[in-house]
Design a protein around this ligand. Structure first.
Ligand code: GDD
Ligand code: MN
Length: 360
C-alpha cells in the first residue's frame, strides 16, 4: 500500500536512536500507511548505515544520505521533497518529540480543520520535561517573541521542529524557503503566500537520552538571519547579507592590524600584512558562518583558502581600476569613486566565492 504519510527524520549522529525511532513510529501509527525517511548528513557515527539496515528489512523505511552538506532545515526540505504521500511530517531523530501525537496531527489535517498541525510545548497540556538551562530558556523565549512579532498568524510554539502538513502545501511553499538554520517550521509559516490555519497539539518535549544537541551559537545567528531575510521580503539574499557583515568585520581587522604593524614597518609592508590577515579572517568566518552548510574541511580547506586569496586579489585590482577610471574622467568625487570600487569588489568577491570557492 503506498504511504499516505511520510515522516521525515533529520539525523546527525543519532545512530543510537534510529532503531527505537522506527519502533516507536510503528507503535504510534497503527492503521496508517506511513513511511519514514531518515535524512542523514553523512554522520561519522554511522547513522545512515543503521537506517539502511532497517530499510533493507522494512519497505516503509528509507534513508537519504547527503555528503558534504550540513543543515537541519535543508535536510527536512530534501526529505519532504522525496515524498509522494498526501501528508508530510517532520520529527527530530533524537526521540525528544512525542510521536504518539502524530495520529491527532493527521486527523486535524484530514478533517480539514487546519492547514498545518504543530506539536506544541506552549499550549495547554504541553511542556518540556527537560531542565533547560535558564540561559537557553531565555534565548528560546526571546526567539519565540521575535518570531511571533513577524508571524501573520498566532502560534504559541513557532520554534517547534515537529509538524505535519499536506505535501501539496509544502511543495507550493518550498521555492520560497531559505533552507538555512534550524527553524524550518518558522520558515514555512513565514514563506506561505497566505495565512495558514494552524492546529497546535500539545506534547511534552522529552530529555535527550542518547547523543548530543547540535544547537550552537551559529544556529542562533542563523535564526536572526532568517527573521531578517523574511522581514526584508527576501530582497537581499541571506548569504550576501552574511558575506557583507563578514566583510565589514574584515575591514575592522584590517585597520587594527595596520595600526599595529605600521609602528615597526613601512606602510606598504604593513598594508600587505593587514590585507593578508583580513582575508584569512574573512575566509575563516565565511567558512564557519556564510557557507556553513557547504563548509570546507581538510585538503579542500587549503585549496579554498588559496582560491579565496586569488579571488580577492582580482577583486582588489578591479576595485582600484574602477575607482581610478571614474576619477580620471572626473565623473565623480573620490568618495563616490571609492565607494563604487568597494561595492563592485564586494559583489565580485561574493559571486565568485559562492560559485568557485564554496560551490554553494
Ligand atoms: N540531517 C541533519 N543535519 N540533521 C541534523 C542536523 C544537520 O545538520 N543538525 C541537527 N540535526 C538533527 C538532530 O540529529 C536531531 O535529530 C534534530 O535534528 C534536532 O537537533 P538537536 O540538536 O537535537 O536540536 P534541539 O534538541 O536543540 O532542538 C530541536 O527541538 C526543538 C523543539 O521542538 C530542534 O528541532 C528545534 O528546531 C526544535 O525547536
Ligand atoms: Mn534534540
Amino acid at each position: 500500500m503506498p504511504p499516505i504519510l511520510t515522516v521525515v527524520i533529520p539525523c546527525f549522529n543519532e545512530a543510537a536512536n534510529v532503531a527505537t525511532m522506527a519502533e516507536r513510529l510503528d507503535a504510534a501509527l497503527p492503521g496508517v500507511a506511513w513511511e519514514a525517511i531518515f535524512v542523514d548528513d553523512d554522520s561519522p557515527d554511522g547513522t545512515a548505515a543503521i537506517a539502511r539496515g532497517l530499510a533493507a528489512r522494512d519497505s516503509r523505511i528509507r534513508c537519504i544520505r547527503r555528503i558534504g552538506r550540513r543543515g537541519l532545515a535543508s535536510a527536512c526540505i530534501e526529505g519532504m521533497l522525496a515524498s509522494s504521500a498526501d501528508y508530510v511530517a517532520v520529527i527530530d531523530g533524537d526521540l525528544q518529540h512525542d510521536e504518539s501525537i502524530l495520529p491527532r496531527m493527521l486527523a486535524e489535517l484530514q478533517a480539514g480543520r487546519a492547514d498545518i498541525a504543530i506539536g506544541s510545548r506552549h499550549v495547554e497540556g504541553g511542556g518540556a520535561t527537560e531542565g533547560f538551562s535558564s540561559l537557553r530558556r531565555r534565548i528560546s523565549d526571546g526567539g519565540t517573541a521575535m518570531a511571533q512579532a513577524l508571524l501573520p498568524v498566532k502560534v504559541a510554539d513557532p520554534m517547534s521542529g515537529f509538524f505535519m502538513l499536506p505535501r501539496a502545501l509544502f511543495e507550493a511553499t518550498a521555492p520560497s524557503l531559505t533552507g538555512r538554520g534550524f527553524k524550518i517550521l518558522l520558515d514555512i509559516l513565514l514563506s506561505a503566500d497566505r495565512k495558514l490555519r494552524v492546529a497546535e497539539i500539545p506534547y511534552s518535549f522529552r530529555p535527550r537520552t542518547a547523543g548530543e544537541s547540535k544547537l550552537d551559537t551559529t544556529v542562533l545567528l542563523e535564526f536572526v538571519a532568517l527573521l531578517l531575510d523574511k522581514s526584508l521580503g527576501g530582497f537581499l539574499p541571506l548569504r550576501f547579507l552574511s558575506f557583507a557583515i563578514v566583510g565589514a568585520v574584515g575591514v575592522l581587522v584590517h585597520l587594527v592590524v595596520l595600526s599595529i604593524v605600521i609602528r615597526f614597518a613601512p606602510f606598504v609592508t604593513a598594508q600587505w600584512v593587514a590585507t593578508f590577515v583580513a582575508m584569512t579572517v574573512n575566509f575563516w568566518l565565511n567558512n564557519r558562518i556564510t557557507y556553513r552548510d557547504v563548509k570546507l574541511r581538510g585538503p579542500a580547506l587549503w585549496r579554498g583558502l588559496a582560491l579565496f586569496y586569488v579571488v580577492c586579489g582580482f577583486g582588489a585590482v578591479a576595485n582600484v581600476g574602477v575607482a581610478s577610471l571614474l576619477l580620471v574622467d572626473d565623473l565623480v568625487g573620490w568618495r563616490w569613486a571609492g565607494a563604487a570600487g568597494a561595492l563592485l569588489t564586494g559583489v565580485w568577491n561574493y559571486a565568485v566565492s559562492s560559485t568557485l570557492v564554496w560551490r554553494a
